[in-house]
Design a protein around this ligand. Structure first.
Ligand code: PLP
Length: 413
């Protein structure tokens, strides 16, 4: 047992909570290292979704019967829980979405679409996921705005912040990922939001990779908007959260029209429901909200500080173990990185590495990880990514390192 394994024995014991981990893949015990794409779900979440469908299933808000009351109470309870989970001032600042992507699209359409004018500037970084890039490109084309980027430097994958104040001056919006899904870089979002807002820009944080991995407090970060997905933090797919400062939400257009988002409708015109319902047209993912609340409870019972410490220790250990493999090129910071490691293994194509690892039951991801421009900037077409969560072990990292060595040997014969 490595020292790391002993220090995090309590988390390793949590593996039993995740039924999907208890299986063999291609004749080997599953080693699931694709958590940045989606995490596995603990029994508590799976059972909460099932319990909802077996006992409380009904539509929310409009009904007066018992099941509808239970569904509404649970759904609005999940909103309150989400507000508490990220330190929002009120539940009205919490909008249920399908995930990070929809949250960012909502801000682009409903805030930027209303407030940006031709020639206005949007500042992003070169390490954004396509979800925090393409919506701004669509919006910029629609309103005639321009997009600029904070550069990423070298394989270490840190933002070059030397010209940040000059770049953000005059920008209407600054949007930045908290943790890079491709590099593992942890960006200083508190500092960046403060500098962006001091320069008069609205600040959005993409918390897809951080919400379930680290303590998060929107008022401490000082952002105007923050988006994340339930499925990356032990919750169900199809549900996510957009936090927005109330003052801004009040001045936004609706995102979509339909039921639930109105206060009154006439043949000629309609009036909108108060926030957050103005942004939640149609029947929401009710079971998803129940499941997401169970996920938040599950994570907080462990402690997000503890999960973060584990992620960081595992990533640092993985970086050191993988760095010993001849010909490997590791991307992202050597220290202080989030729980993932991306690399290129000599001249072996990422998909070959992933396919061969899968043959022995290790789930990795290969490709551009929805960061094509970043990969081009780094001069690589694709990378392999191993991403960790609370249930991954130091022994799994050892197994990964051994298998990668074997793959390397196989290709150099
Ligand atoms: N932003 C980052 C940093 C991500 O890693 C991802 C997903 O991989 C997303 C946004 C998009 O999340 P979703 O597909 O859940 O909307």
């Amino acid at each position: 047992m490595t020292g790391g394994a002993e220090a995090f024995a309590d988390l390793e014991a949590r593996r039993g909570d995740f039924p999907a981990l208890d299986q063999e893949v291609n004749g080997n015990r599953l080693v699931y290292l694709d958590n940045a794409a989606t995490s596995q779900k603990p029994r508590a979440v799976i059972e909460e979704v099932r319990r909802f469908y077996e006992r409380d299933n009904s539509n929310v808000h409009r009904g007066v019967h018992e099941l509808s009351n239970r569904a509404t109470l649970g759904f609005e309870g999940a909103r309150r829980r989400a507000a508490e989970f990220i330190g929002a001032a009120t539940p009205e600042e919490i909008i249920f979405t399908r995930g990070t992507t929809e949250g960012i699209n909502l801000v682009a359409a409903a805030w930027a679409g209303r407030h940006l004018r031709p020639g206005d500037r949007i500042l992003l970084t070169e390490m954004e996921h396509h979800s925090n890039l393409v919506p701004w490109q669509i919006l910029a084309a629609r309103v005639g705005a321009e997009i600029e980027f904070v550069p990423v430097v070298g394989d270490e994958g840190l933002l070059d912040l030397s010209g940040f104040d000059a770049r953000v001056r005059g920008a209407r919006l600054f949007a930045c990922t908290h943790i890079s899904n491709a590099l593992g870089t942890i960006n200083p979002v508190k500092e960046l939001c403060a500098r962006a807002r001091a320069a008069g820009a609205v600040a959005l944080v993409d918390a897809a990779q951080s919400a379930g991995h680290a303590p998060l407090d929107v008022r401490e970060i000082g952002c105007d908007f923050l988006a994340f997905s339930g499925h990356k933090m032990a919750g169900p797919t199809g549900i996510g959260i957009l936090y927005g400062r109330r003052e801004l939400l009040e001045k936004m257009d609706p995102y979509q029209g339909g039921g639930e988002m109105i206060s009154s409708v006439h043949f000629e015109h309609s009036a909108w429901a108060p926030v957050p319902h103005k942004f939640e047209a149609g029947t929401p993912d009710i079971s998803g909200a129940f499941g997401l609340r169970a996920a938040m409870d599950y994570l907080d019972a462990i402690g997000r500080e503890r999960i973060m410490a584990h992620d960081l220790a595992l990533a640092e250990y993985a970086y050191a173990r993988l760095a010993e493999i001849p010909g490997i090129r590791l991307l992202g910071p050597a220290r202080g990185r989030a729980g993932l490691v991306s690399f290129v293994l000599g001249d072996i194509h990422a998909h070959d590495v992933v396919m061969l690892a899968d043959r022995v039951g290790i789930a990795l991801r290969g490709g551009h990880h929805c960061t094509q421009p970043l990969h081009r900037r780094l001069g690589v077409e694709s990378t392999v990514r191993a991403s960790f969560y609370l249930y991954n072990t130091f022994a799994e990292v050892d197994r990964l390192a051994d298998v990668l060595r074997e793959i390397r040997r196989y290709f150099s014969r």
